[in-house]
Design a protein around this ligand. Sequence first.
Ligand SMILES: *[C@@H]1O[C@H](CO)[C@@H](O)[C@H](O)[C@H]1NC(C)=O
Ligand SMILES: *[C@@H]1O[C@H](CO)[C@@H](O)[C@H](O)[C@H]1NC(C)=O
Ligand SMILES: *[C@@H]1O[C@H](CO)[C@@H](O)[C@H](O)[C@H]1NC(C)=O
Ligand SMILES: *[C@@H]1O[C@H](CO)[C@@H](O)[C@H](O)[C@H]1NC(C)=O
Length: 458
Amino acid sequence: MLNVPVFRLFIYSCCLVSYVALERDFNIPAIAKYFNTKGRYEEVNPYLREDIFAVNTSSVLSPSDQCEARYLTAIVRHGTRYPTTRDIQEMQKLYGIILHNATGEESWLQEIQTQWRMWYSEDMDGRLVQKGVDDLKHLAVRLSKTFPGLVSEEKLRGGFIEFITSSKHRCVNSTLAFKAGLTGLWGIKDMDFALEVNDSLMRFFAECPRLVQDVDKSPSAVQEVNKFKEGPEMRKVQQKIADRLGVSNNLITYNKAEAAFYFCAYEFAIKAVNSPWCQLFDEDDAKVMEYASDLREFWKRGHGHDINSKASCGLFQHVFSQLDQAAMTNRQADASTPLAATVQVGHADTLLPLLTLLGFFKDREPLTSANYAQHSRRSFRTSHMMPYAANLLFVLYDCGIGDPKLQLLLNEKPVTFPGLTQQRASMPRYQDVKDHYNSLLQDCDFTAECQLKAPTDA
Ligand SMILES: *[C@@H]1O[C@H](CO)[C@@H](O)[C@H](O)[C@H]1NC(C)=O
Ligand SMILES: *[C@@H]1O[C@H](CO)[C@@H](O)[C@H](O)[C@H]1NC(C)=O
Ligand SMILES: *[C@@H]1O[C@H](CO)[C@@H](O)[C@H](O)[C@H]1NC(C)=O
Ligand SMILES: *[C@@H]1O[C@H](CO)[C@@H](O)[C@H](O)[C@H]1NC(C)=O
């Protein structure tokens, strides 16, 4: 059963008092739904907290609807990982401040000072953790339950499931974990399955000179982010953290506030604990931290700059050329079984540009340093879109006579194509989707988009 309220009974034997807490698990930080790209997949699909293998097959078409899934492309983000070296360095500095300078007397603060141990080290640099291995194994098993005709033992053994990954270790290991989820499920020990490393597909953002020059290395591209970090909302958060710790304000810079947020997020994502670090934020503070991170993603990988999404043109073209091949194959006439599924593992930086190119999560107003309050109900919310193991599934169906249909699922939930709302947008004909994206399919060219522009007014 999905989405039923969770009843938990706490019995305090000492006083024979009991009470029921509704929808509140005290092992989960109250701010866990604001962790942006550092969030758990289970917070996006809470029914998985009860059963990690639960799937909602009523969200996809099946033979009982006269439809059969013909081909699946899954673009998947790697699983839960350690912080990067840069973030660990900042976390170490904050921990130092807490040990040496904090004068607060709250019990959670003393817990950090006396019981909690700093266990993050710089060599962990973004590596996949065990929870991240599990994220991908579990996803593989759920996809086999959701698409039994495509992600099946027969298709895997026959070589009809293809694996493509970014060269980053955490992605390669995530791909291996996905495969291990399937081979474990079917007890396959006698075969190994190849994976293809392809950075032009899965790490295009690092290979696009114009994106690197105009966005990644250009401070003006993220000026709204920097303004927000120095603005009144963020100053208030920093002040509250300094007050809670009992340190002078100037010790808690934006980077220190972010490090504190990371401590809470990583302790939860990696170890599933609601750590004392989480006491440094109330929900209002967490929303401000969440916005700062969303602002950054918006300007670096989202709708903020056109090149952010255009850099994903190669991946976009590849997805559609695979779908084209599957759509053209006449299964009755073709003796050789066509490809059943392509599993492509990459990064948040891979998925966000592609979602942006497809037109998703576009709010009426851009996200800026000045409209935090106005965007309290924004659609561009990485906490919802881009947890660890986030995935975008393109599913091509045969539905008897007529053209194939295309369904899109984000994190295993159906989404409607933006701009296709007039025509049963959740399950359009494949041809309608191609017509809708026609100009991108014709003109979007990675090499051309990513070329450095000569200075215009030199
Ligand atoms: C399952 O998916 C269907 C279709 O998307 C949706 O209407 C329904 O609410 C989902 N069921 C649960 C229990 O989440
Ligand atoms: C914080 O503590 C360190 C080590 O005791 C000390 O050197 C430093 O001056 C303190 N900083 C402030 C602002 O109190
Ligand atoms: C990938 O897995 C191998 C083998 O388990 C391990 O040695 C390595 O540290 C992992 N690398 C990353 C980046 O997670
Ligand atoms: C990556 O994939 C693209 C698109 O299929 C292909 O053209 C290219 O040759 C591949 N690169 C590598 C290194 O395999």
